[in-house]
Design a protein around this ligand. Structure first.
Ligand code: IVH
Length: 668
């Protein structure tokens, strides 16, 4: 098989798996096998770029960021639906239908009303050529590049003998995000100090209208088709239900498995009531049902009003909101040590589920809502299982409400909590031995880049903690074989292997131990810099914020984090315990001849031969000092291209300024 043939074969195979995954929801292979197919295709295409086609699965994220979206005119207007909120209104609608479809039996299709963003997709000869938003109904925005990143949207359609693909075909549907992906996205946003999306619909809208398709690609959007714009060949299907079946055959995801067809309006009404409670079983958020007349001939007869079809109507579920009273506000400590205020509520039913807790996300949110203990509040469930508080109902205040204040100690381990940066919203417990985040911390401590304890992954750590066998990092060095054998995970050989790996980890250099301790803002590189500078943990623990800030690579935030971390009694206890186990606490550095001894260097601007961090490491290796700011004590300022304010300061203080070439000569 030549490269072109293999590329074609791989594309076909990947499309086939996309179809089984996204359309039929029956994945046939594991994720990593799929990734391997993708990688092979990518490689072949890199080697043979002449064979890359627009519809290749590798081309989903191929566009660059755009400045503005261009406007596109829809072939036929993208209308909206009339909303109803009660059985009576549904019956009223049906009466209007009966006036037009007289003396004939007709069928209703009842399908979920997906709470997403309406989009139109145009396929030319089966290849996706345009994706657009609804806009004002007549004109939308061209979001083709973003649409192409959505994996459930086929870049090319499958051909079937029953429905030969017409030259042009326009389908319409909803772009949405699954509830679990929505929750994960919001958690990620919160972790980075951002403002979470209010509901899955906003999340889908915000993700879809990104100017940079790379961002959209990272957002796990999905698509479901529910209607069409222009499709020549409509005589091939006589009903809406048939249309959806054709969509499924040609590779477009539908919501067929959540659809009902009936001839009885009573059954429609019944379903509307029943499905409000079933909505929890669907992986995406639905805000109601859409009732459509099934026959296209009947649809044609019924026609449209100015803004909506007469042949369809939306039945909107009551919002998942309720009012209740806050009994108390408690603080939870998450797996990463972040403190989250949670309101304990007087139990209330909300969207079919009994609710007794609501998240307040963070302390800024408590402030923003002005919420107090004993307040009456409006709560809403929007995609999440745990609802959130929308607002305080101030008219219900009695004067007995109590203000909630941010705790200055961790509610689990009673150690002081910190806000790392002024602008951060999150408060954290940074005690490495706090039970609330010990599990996460220990997995980090044991990982390859840190202490490298093979076999001490999430499952092992979780079992050790649940059986109370470890309550801090040092405890792993006290584990006995008999203890391990009591756990499900460890049969004889495995237990011994783990003990050997634990023993071996005692010899890691200080830099790895430092990284493993999980000090905020101290990544792998910063840990190396600190270890090489101080050489022993004892010396590092004595350093002040000032001492640390003098190091070129250490900024004020990291300096502060290190000092706070080592100032905690819990950290001191842990270090002492580790020492007793014989864990190495030194860094050996391969030093060259100390030709720069006693000299202090500051780097500014862009260097050609190294990054500033590497240059600073070189200076230290040769016995010199690398500082981050210029002072009277600086011997040399090494200036690269576009030097900054340090250059001016050096001039002012009369410090010797040298170019990179001179520096190179000095270290040779
Ligand atoms: S049919 C002529 N079916 O709801 C309109 N729409 O408020 C034909 N929607 O703009 C649309 N789920 O974006 C239809 N199963 C469904 C739907 C659905 C969600 C959206 C659609 C429309 C809006 C109307």
């Amino acid at each position: 098989m030549n490269a072109q043939q293999e590329i074609e074969k791989l594309k076909k195979e990947i499309r086939h798996h996309d179809y089984f995954y996204y359309v039929l929801a029956q994945p046939k292979i594991a994720d990593y096998e799929y990734d391997n197919l993708m990688k092979r295709l990518q490689k072949l295409e890199e080697q043979n770029p002449q064979f890359i086609t627009d519809d290749s699965p590798t081309q989903r994220v191929s566009g660059k960021a755009v400045k503005d979206f261009t406007t596109v005119k829809h072939s036929t207007p993208m209308l909206s639906l009339d909303n109803t909120y009660s059985s009576d209104e549904i019956i009223e609608w049906d009466k209007r239908v009966k006036k037009i479809i007289t003396n004939e039996n007709y069928e209703y299709v009842i399908e979920p009303k997906i709470d997403g963003i309406s989009c139109s997709l145009i396929y030319k000869n089966g290849i996706l050529i345009q994706g657009a938003t609804r806009g004002d109904g007549d004109n939308g925005e061209d979001i083709t590049l973003n649409i192409k990143t959505i994996r459930s949207i086929p870049l090319s359609l499958l051909s079937t003998s029953y429905f030969p693909l017409p030259t042009l075909l326009e389908v319409r549907g909803e772009v949405y995000i699954d509830k679990t992906d929505f929750q994960k996205l919001n958690e990620e946003i919160l972790k980075n100090g951002g403002q979470p999306f209010a509901n899955p619909r906003n999340a889908a809208a915000g993700s879809l209208r990104q100017k940079n398709p790379q961002i959209t690609a990272a957002r796990k959007l999905k698509f479901i088709v529910h209607s069409y714009g222009t499709i020549p060949g409509t005589e091939k299907f006589k009903t809406h239900f048939e249309f959806l079946n054709i969509c499924e055959k040609i590779g477009l995801p539908t919501t067929l498995k959540n659809i009902n067809v009936t001839k009885k309006i009573d059954e429609v009404v019944e379903l509307c009531k029943k499905r409000e409670f079933d909505r929890e079983n669907i992986s995406f958020e639905i805000d109601g049902l859409v009732i459509k007349i099934n026959s296209l001939e009947h649809q044609k007869k019924l026609g449209f009003t100015m803004k909506s079809p007469r042949w369809a109507i939306a039945y909107k579920f009551p919002p998942k909101q309720a009012t209740t009273k806050i009994k108390n506000i408690v603080v939870q400590v998450g797996r990463t040590g972040i403190l989250t205020p949670v309101a304990e509520l007087e139990p209330v039913e909300c969207g079919g589920v009994k609710i007794a807790r609501a998240t307040l996300h963070n302390f800024d949110e408590v402030e923003r809502l002005g919420v107090k203990i004993a307040d009456t509040v409006l709560i809403e469930r929007a995609g999440e299982v745990i609802p959130k508080i929308i607002k305080v109902i101030e008219s219900k205040r009695t004067g007995k409400e109590k203000k909630f204040s941010i705790p200055n100690r961790c509610p689990v381990c009673n150690q002081p909590v910190v806000k790392e940066k002024e602008k951060d919203v999150a408060w954290r417990c940074i005690n490495p031995s706090c039970p609330a985040h010990l599990e996460n911390g220990l997995v980090h401590f044991a990982k390859r880049e840190a202490m490298d304890v093979e076999g001490l992954g999430e499952t092992a750590v979780s079992q050790l903690i649940s059986k109370n066998m470890v309550s801090d990092f040092a405890d792993i060095y006290y584990l006995k074989k008999d203890d391990l054998l009591k756990l499900e995970l460890f049969k004889d050989k495995k237990a011994q292997n783990l003990l050997d790996a634990i023993e071996k980890s005692k010899n890691r250099p200080l830099s790895r131990l430092l990284f493993g301790l999980g000090i905020r803002n101290i990544g792998e590189k910063a840990a190396i810099v600190l270890a090489e500078k101080f050489l022993t943990l004892d010396d590092l623990m004595k350093a002040t914020v000032d001492d640390l800030q003098k190091i070129y690579e250490v900024g004020p935030v990291a300096a502060e984090a290190v000092v706070k971390f080592f100032a905690m009694p819990e950290t001191k206890k842990l270090v002492e315990k580790l020492k007793k186990t014989g864990t190495n606490m030194k860094e050996e550095i391969k030093t060259g001849p100390k030709i720069l001894e006693g000299k202090t260097y500051v780097f500014t601007g862009e260097l050609k031969n190294f990054s500033r961090t590497d240059a600073a490491a070189k200076v230290r290796q040769l016995g010199g000092n690398a500082a981050s700011s210029v002072s009277q004590k600086t011997d040399f300022v090494v200036a690269g291209d576009n030097p900054g304010s340090k250059y001016k300061k050096a001039q002012k203080l009369g410090v010797k300024i040298i170019l990179e070439d001179e520096f190179l000569k000095m270290i040779r």
